[in-house]
Design a protein around this ligand. Sequence first.
Ligand code: SAH
Length: 202
Amino acid sequence: MKILNLNIFQIIFTIDLIVIGIIRIYFGKHRLKTQYKISINPIIERINSYLVSFGMIYFPLMNILFGYFGKFFIEIPNIFKIISSIIMTIDIIIFYLSHKDLADSWSPFLEIKDKQKLVKTGIYKYIRHPMYLSMWIFAIFEGFVLSNYFIGIFGVLTWANLYFVRVSNEEKMMLDTFGEEYEKYIENTGRLLPKIKKSKKL
Ligand code: SAH
């Protein structure tokens, strides 16, 4: 067992996690406190979120702080770890923007509150799920940064499980709530990457 003998990549990863935690706590305080109009799969959504917390927060921290899962170490070239750390750090900007633009409409689960409006501005002008994009990037690169294939695979699997169970339900919930406005919004945006607009013929 090792205690606090961290390498630079583990330090950067830990700082990234702390910044992410601060963003989450700050915007969590500004969520709509009104009644729910709709809440979908609340129990499954909570279980999936807990699994993601293990895949993307607790297991990586147990590895960094106490050396758990050390037998799943895999040698990763430094250049690859540097690039992965940079990508994960830049990714925090997407994570931050998605919270800032969604503002009080954000919820960690699948629900629509009274007075919730459809956000179509900021980063949401281009993609419908920037927060999930930022989570994908984090899940994919964490195993490389920590040189650990168990953490890499488990993180991606827990995130993929939440994402694929959630995303079509979320879009259906948004369609049911916002109708034509969301239909039009879908036409102009991509799920995770901006839609490439076909040039209009003259
Ligand atoms: N899928 C989005 C938001 C994740 S938070 C993203 O990845 O960025 C999940 C909650 O956000 C859902 O419960 C839903 O109520 C809300 N939501 C998702 N898209 C929204 C939008 N464009 N406008 C307002 N609320 C939205």
